[in-house]
Design a protein around this ligand. Structure first.
Ligand code: GLV
Length: 387
């Protein structure tokens, strides 16, 4: 087998080893996928400045995100259905993140539950919340995250309704779950994935089944989810959730300076500049293009993080050089997980760390916190001349 040297190698293996419907779920954007594509290609427009004859001994990528130590400013983003990419996927990814020293964020729509992940880890992880209409469920899941000692709540604000991803509908990953005949055949050929799945109990949405009234299987669960995402989520509700949670709060899905200011007003600890990996509002600008304007608006009042489009340590470093205090990878680690379980996630983190560290050195910096705009070249018209 050829050596794994970059995230694309893991992506190819992920595709080979994981049922098509779950690989496609990961590798999709909404509608035309314009935003999904530009999230990655826009990173290419930013360049590094090469510096020479600078002592590069004793380098470190260690820093803090929301006051918590991280080995590098790259957290694992919340990703729904992670436990379908690979049996017990959330537990494996959380263990890899813990050993590496970066935050793992568990999605509300995960397969392994908060309690499952807590049982298999020793350090606190972060929990991502989708706001549901069912008030009892909402209060209960926040309490469960507190009981599991989660050290941050990542509240997603850009998914009250689901952006349409054509492949999911064609594959039958819809409401209710209806896999096509072709997909049933495809699953049968992914023996490594199948053996793992046969051995685990975790095959449904662990945070929801058994906790939400009237949800006992996948079919009813999909219906319940489509009906339960709270269409009325607004800033007052965000403030209420902040109070209910009482701990560090990260607001995810901020793409406009005006919303960033509201996040400051509500007293959040950090925001994530994110368009949900291009899975929600197709036609939105890429996250990296929106980052400078949001940093200008609130960068000295709140920690600004970014996700969407980061597939390498160089991408993450460009965001840090622009002024972000943290970044998140979703697909980049899911490719590792689908390729090779916990080991694959560790490989993804190692690849990204090495790319980040080497690039930092060649830019003439030894400490990630000293990377700044002097290290990069950004096109004058990077944001674009929009009317
Ligand atoms: C959910 O977070 C999704 O993007 O599918």
């Amino acid at each position: 087998m050829a050596a794994i040297t970059n995230i694309n190698d893991l992506k190819r293996q992920h595709k080979r080893r994981t049922p098509k419907m779950f690989y496609d779920y990961c590798e999709s954007g909404s509608w035309t996928e314009q935003t999904f594509r530009e999230n990655t290609t826009d990173f290419d427009q930013i360049r590094f400045k090469q510096r020479v004859a600078v002592d590069m001994q004793d380098r470190t990528t260690a820093t803090k995100m929301i006051g918590q130590d991280v080995a590098m400013p790259v957290a694992l983003a919340p990703v729904g259905l992670t436990g379908m990419q690979c049996a017990d996927g959330e537990i494996k990814a959380a263990k890899a993140a813990e050993k590496f020293g970066v935050p793992f964020t568990l999605s509300t729509m995960s397969v392994c539950s908060i309690e499952d992940v807590a049982k298999h880890t020793t350090k606190p992880f972060w929990f991502q919340l989708y706001v549901m209409r069912d008030q009892a469920f909402l209060e209960n899941i926040i309490q469960r995250a507190k009981d599991a000692k989660c050290s941050a709540l990542v509240l997603t604000l850009d998914l009250q309704i689901l952006g349409q991803r054509h492949k999911d509908l064609k594959n039958g990953l819809s409401v209710p779950l209806r896999p096509s005949a072709g997909n049933i055949l495809d699953v049968a050929t992914k023996w490594r994935w199948g053996i793992g799945m046969l051995r685990t109990q975790n095959k449904s949405f662990g945070n929801i089944v058994g906790h939400a009234k009237g949800v006992s299987d996948m079919g009813s669960l999909f219906t319940w989810t489509a009906e339960q995402f709270d269409l009325q989520l607004d800033w007052d509700k965000v403030a209420k959730i902040k109070k209910m949670w009482g701990g560090p709060l990260i607001l995810k899905g901020i793409m406009e300076p005006e919303d960033a200011r509201k996040a400051v007003e509500v007293g959040a600890d950090a925001i994530v500049v994110s368009n949900h990996g291009g899975r929600q509002l197709d036609g939105a600008l890429s996250s990296i293009k929106m980052l400078p304007a949001i940093l200008d608006a609130v960068g000295n009042q709140i920690e600004v993080h970014i996700d969407s489009g980061i597939r390498s340590g160089q991408d993450a470093l460009k965001a840090i050089a622009l002024g972000a205090k943290g970044t998140y990878i979703g697909r980049a680690y899911i490719h590792g997980l689908g390729a090779n379980g916990e080991t694959g996630v560790t490989q993804a983190l190692q690849i990204i760390h090495k790319e980040m560290d080497t690039t930092m050195a060649l830019c003439g910096r030894r400490h990630i916190e000293t990377m700044d705009k002097d290290n990069i070249l950004v096109p004058r018209d990077f944001y674009g001349d929009w009317a």
